[in-house]
Ligand binder design. Sequence first.
Ligand code: BES
Ligand code: ZN
Ligand code: ZN
Length: 497
Amino acid sequence: MNVSVSPGHNINGTLILPLFEGSEEVPESLEAGLHTALKGQINRILQDGDFKAKLKSTMSIVGGEGGKAMLVGLGKEDDADIHAYRKAGAAVIANRKKVHGTDLTVKFTGVSIVVMGAFSEGMLLRDYSYDHYKQQDDDEKESEIDVRITCDEGQEDELASVIKIHAGVASGVHLSRDLGNCPPNDMYPEAFADQAWEWAKDYDDVEVTIINYDQAVKAGMGGLVAVGMGSARKPCMVIFELNGKKPGRSPLLVGKGITFDTGGISLKPGANMDEMKYDMGGSATVFGTMQALAATGHKGKVVAITCMAENMPSSNAQRPGDVIKTLSGKTIEILNTDAEGRLVLSDGLWKAGEFDPEYIIDFATLTGACVVALGHEATGLWSNDDDFRTRIHEAGNAVGELAWPMPLLPAFEKEMTDSKIADTRNLGAGRWGGANTAAAFLKQFVPTRNYEKDAEQITWAHMDIAGTYWGAKTNSMVGNGATGIHVRTMYHLITNG
Ligand code: BES
Ligand code: ZN
Ligand code: ZN
């Protein structure tokens, strides 16, 4: 999608008219450039109460002599914040049909740059489909959508730069979705690493390092190796550094990257197992965030680590009963090979300490229990620092991506260390609180500063995106499949403090 900005009144292609609930006619300020026939038609629709402008509702007008239009509801004027504008923008793209063509002119006047930006953001985010695997004839292919936003005189430069940032961030969200939607026969650990490697070539200030299987074995990454060794597609760790040479501490993101989770020897039931291709959603979030930051020219240092493996049952696979030794030196008794995300993350989190980060945030489609707790509406959010947890929660709220505070209780940690033969166990004693026991398990692998024995742990948060990374029907920024959630939360947190 191309979005341009200008204060002119001419309408190219289909007119997009955002309206508040209760509008009885086209606002006078928006009349300029509108064909009288179209204006009359819209006024009749509004006067008859046929379009109520409820938030996210749209109505198409085609076939009239005054040109084509789409009315879009902003909801009640008093409630029309950036979230409403973003949703309305997304609704336009969700309801755009071939008949509307690819030229759209959105008419705004007398509104702030922030809300026009949010409307464009919604359009940009929603302009996504994953059809790389569909045969398409050339005449079926649609050209890129060209959107022109008409604003007031003097707003154009600032609005254009706001939209440029939204477009850069949306490219990160779309990358995350592309990675998540990619079928698991093509998205395996090395394929992800190759893609990261190729991506880094586009940016001067980005570096990607790949720790391959042999190196991971040598380094003692027992968690990553144990999960990935059952697959012919061997595991790896990918490290992304943006402005890595800059001095000082930086945010560090860690992602669970299970490119397919069969459960391993503790095999999952067959129904809907295909969905486990999204089990690399954490790594996609992290990669997408790096893209958003790089594309918008972020000048600060940011580091990311993704832990890539395919969890397969085979004669080389780990078994329930095995005891493995992780990078941290801690041993884990494997009680269920389907609790694999925490194993790869144990090495990723520990590795993070080498970068002496300001804070660590991990993203993982970690537990079905988190989906039971929060549904598809919110990500589970745990932290060893209450203020930090609040900051992330607020960053999520600011961009309309909910992350809900969850408890990191000592009792859960105790439950996870209660192994007869190892330092820790990868399964809680019972089913209850499964998302919390998983978080408590991870906490054991969060390093202290410089790995010093008695120092405080590095500030850390864990985000369980099992319910929000895909199939979230109420996420209006996406049609289906991978949502690309939290790229925007992270962009906001990292760039706005
Ligand atoms: N990848 C799954 C978690 C998951 C489940 C994500 C449903 C998205 C939707 C994870 O590896 C897993 O299998 N977790 C187990 C943990 C259990 C064995 C302690 C689970 O949630 O059942
Ligand atoms: Zn699993
Ligand atoms: Zn998993």
